[in-house]
Design a protein around this ligand. Structure first.
Ligand code: NAD
Ligand code: TYD
Length: 342
């Protein structure tokens, strides 16, 4: 199989959770690769996520918006490959206000696609999500299944994906798409389930489980997710999408119990609170297509979760300021304090 060789990448959203891990792995695995990060540093972006690599001469950081054409044009000079992680990513925020989701995940992506086309970019990786398939009652989603997103976040990601696909079909831009499952690991913003529950448990605070907690997510370690994106970049067929799932389905209650045990706490911290609006009950991915490219997750779930808990325990300096300055997380905490259902 002929592999695509990326020499100079533009990684957008590279100061976020998954993007920063991708940059770390990529610089380590490919000693001649150069990377430019373009990141707006929204509430979710954090320069501390680049600790230890920020002085690497092969890395350039630019603070800016993917929706700003002149900035994007300048960042693309000399670049052959784009990997787009930049997005608004939190479902609960998208339910409160979807505007920024459309601006970044749809319009921003269109600006990026257009600039990539003009600049003659040879490969464009759009990082998408299993949430574009919507709620699935049984079985596992395949790449040929319809996109039936149900939250404003998932709808904006699906809109972005379809635009990326249209650039591949209409203009021949070399686009590949990854649809990753729920990802966990170090440096994830503490608004998401795993880091919120770890940091609450470490503090002895209640864990707000939405509804009955029997919703199912397929969990993947961030290192495995990034390895999947890299394999699709190198070997994916132009215009195609690839599911990247951990193959480790768990109910929210089950992962909550595991987090509590790893933090040395008991189930008395669990609070069942009012459910998320239109909460998707289950996601599941069939990853056979990515396996044919030679990718498979390698990290045992229990070990990866234990290491994630250890990382948060050892890196309070990273998360406490974020948690304390996060008006949204505080808002959610207060909302749910008055909405305990069990
Ligand atoms: P994140 O919220 O941690 O990081 C997003 C990054 O994008 C931040 O650094 C932010 O500053 C940056 N950003 C936001 N808007 C921008 C803009 N307009 N211009 C430039 N930069 C901007 O997100 P994440 O969890 O690392 O997710 C990365 C990508 O992976 C997203 O596209 C997301 O949809 C996708 N994804 C995430 C998961 C998951 O479980 N976290 C699963 C599947 C797919
Ligand atoms: P989240 O980490 O927000 O990811 P997503 O909604 O993209 O899957 O949530 C994961 C699951 O955990 C989801 O079913 C919602 C649920 N959840 C809670 O029960 N309580 C919480 O406080 C949060 C943040 C999420």
């Amino acid at each position: 199989m002929d592999e695509f060789k990326a020499e100079h990448l533009l990684v957008t959203g590279g100061a976020g959770f998954i993007g920063s891990m991708y940059v770390r792995q990529s610089l380590a695995a490919y000693p001649t690769r150069r990377i430019t990060i373009l990141d707006k540093l929204t509430y979710a972006g954090n320069l501390a996520n680049l600790a230890g690599i920020v002085d690497e001469p092969r890395l350039t950081f630019v603070q800016g918006d993917i929706a700003d054409p002149p900035t994007v044009r300048a960042c693309l000079e000399g670049v052959d490959t784009v990997v787009n992680f930049a997005a608004e990513t939190h479902v609960d925020r998208s339910i409160q206000d979807a505007g920024s989701f459309v601006l970044t995940d749809v319009y921003g992506l269109q600006v990026l696609l257009n600039a990539a086309l003009t600049a003659g970019i040879r490969r464009f990786v759009q990082v998408s999500t299993d949430e574009v398939y919507g709620d699935i009652e049984s079985g596992a989603s395949r790449e040929s299944d319809p996109l039936l997103p149900r939250s404003p976040y998932a709808a904006s990601k699906a809109g972005g994906e379809l635009l990326a696909r249209s650039y591949a079909i209409t203009h021949g831009l070399n686009v590949v798409i990854t649809r990753g499952s729920n990802t966990f690991g170090p440096r994830q913003h503490p608004e998401k389930l795993v880091p919120l529950f770890i940091t609450n448990a470490l503090d002895g605070k209640p864990l707000p489980v939405y509804g009955d907690g029997l919703q199912v997510r397929d969990w993947i370690a961030v290192e495995d997710h990034c390895a999947g994106i890299e394999v699709v970049l190198r070997r994916g067929a132009a215009g195609e999408a690839y599911n990247i799932g951990g193959g480790h389905p768990l109910t929210n209650l089950r992962i909550t119990e595991q987090i509590l045990a790893l933090c040395g706490r008991g189930p008395e911290l669990i609070r069942h609170v009012r459910d998320r609006k239109a909460h998707d009950r289950r996601y599941a991915l069939d990853c056979e297509k990515a396996r044919t490219l030679g990718w498979a997750p390698t990290r045992p779930f229990a070990e990866a979760l234990a290491q994630t808990v250890a990382w948060y325990r050892d890196n309070e300096d990273w998360w406490r300021p974020t948690l304390e300055s996060s008006a949204f997380v505080e808002h959610v905490r207060q909302t749910y304090e008055g909405a305990v259902i069990g």
